[in-house]
Write a protein that binds this ligand. Structure first.
Ligand code: ADP
Ligand code: MG
Length: 369
């Protein structure tokens, strides 16, 4: 759990702090106050990057050369004392990550320390965006629970690149193409097996969460598409497309085409459900992934929920707040409507409230309710 957060030079958070963080933290304040920027700061502590797409350029406060985020992390197994984790990003592109005063040599060492799930307006892309977005969502989960996945995935990507560059060349030696095809089929089956096993577990969590936060949405189906015809082995699918791959110059079937299909009464969720219902589906996907990860690896999950009440009716908002109250993890919620949120949480659930104003946060009466 993050106990304390200090932010320097990030958007309008020139020098700001969130002290005495609890399990469920609510950041409220007017538009442009800096609420989302605090969530971005936590995301940077988790993965170095912001979640706001293509806005990395304006991340550092105007007039500053760097931004930095540091968090005091509570003890966990393997790290018996409170530890300070810090990430500093320079305008020049430089990056420094420190854990307990020691500089980490690579971003990979940071990943997994604070596994973050972000729920914001961009998350709707999970339903309406291209399959690549859903593959990244799925792969994030597999990566965090299956240690063998990342090396297999990386080998597969390298092999795919080789095969594709061969397909683009003017003369293609048949034996070389066959060698790459066989290798790709083996690696692709391995990657896909990891994804499929993860999907089966995730689907169970997803349906449990959805039934709790949106019991009215019934008949929703989640299905994993591996990227080729399920009835055949990948090697056969690749061989069948071989000539067409040669004429098109790239590999048309395989895990690089995988998708997570969400349908309601046989049609895509993004075409059929209302915006509010879609938000509940997206939140269920993210919450399910966080719960599965915590059950697989004891530790913390952090949920960043930007503008939770928007698009939700009072009854659905209350259901999601009840779910968050029982959740194993730390939650950060932003809203312009603090009272709506307070009413939606069950009585006696302590909420740590912060009023954010012009880039600063003040504890706005701890543990209301
Ligand atoms: N690079 C920057 N330097 C200074 N201020 C910035 C920078 N980028 C964005 N801002 C400002 O930071 C403020 C915080 O925005 P945001 O965190 O999205 O507010 P909220 O979520 O509370 O509505 C906005 O008013 C925005 O104009
Ligand atoms: Mg905002």
């Amino acid at each position: 759990m993050i106990r304390n957060l200090k932010v320097f030079g990030l958007r309008n958070l020139v020098e700001a702090e969130l002290g005495g963080l609890g399990r469920i933290n609510v950041l409220h304040g007017e538009n442009g106050a800096g609420k989302t920027s605090f969530l971005e700061a936590i995301n940077i502590l988790s993965v170095v990057k912001t979640f706001r797409t293509s806005k990395n350029a304006s991340l550092i406060s105007n007039g500053m050369d760097f931004c930095s985020v540091s968090g005091v992390l509570s003890p966990v197994s393997g790290r018996p004392r409170e530890t300070v984790l810090g990430v500093k990003r320079k305008r020049s592109g430089g990056l420094v990550i420190k854990l307990g005063g020691r500089v980490l040599s690579s971003v990979t060492d940071l990943l997994g320390m604070i596994p973050v799930q972000v729920m914001n307006a961009d998350s709707f892309q999970l339903l309406s965006g291209d399959p690549g977005i859903r593959r990244r969502y799925l792969d994030w989960g597999v990566f965090h629970v299956e240690q063998g996945f990342f090396p297999a995935w990386r080998q597969f990507q390298r092999c795919l690149k080789q095969r594709n560059s061969l397909l683009k060349s003017d003369t293609i030696p048949t034996s070389e193409l066959d060698t790459w095809t066989e290798e790709l089929a083996g690696l692709g089956e391995a990657v896909s097996a990891y994804r499929h096993a993860y999907f089966l577990r995730l689907a169970q969590y997803f349906s449990d969460v959805l039934s709790r936060i949106a019991p009215d949405i019934t008949g929703l189906e989640a299905d994993f598409f591996p990227g080729w015809d399920r009835g055949v082995n990948l090697i056969d699918a690749l061989m069948e497309c071989r000539n067409s791959d040669i004429s098109r110059g790239f590999t048309q079937v395989g895990p690089q085409r995988a998708d997570l299909k969400l349908t309601w009464e046989g049609r895509p969720v993004s075409d059929t459900l209302s915006r509010g219902q879609q938000k509940l589906v997206v939140c269920s996907l993210k919450l399910a992934q966080g719960c599965l990860q915590v059950d697989s690896f004891p530790g913390e999950a952090v949920y960043l929920i930007d503008d939770l009440p928007s698009e939700l009716d009072p009854s659905n908002l209350a259901m999601i707040c009840h779910f968050l109250s029982d959740l194993d993890g730390q939650v950060f919620i932003t809203s312009v409507l603090p009272h709506t949120l307070q009413q939606a949480f069950p009585d006696k659930v302590p909420l740590t409230m912060f009023h954010v104003e012009q880039g600063r946060a003040a504890s706005s009466s701890d543990t209301i309710n």
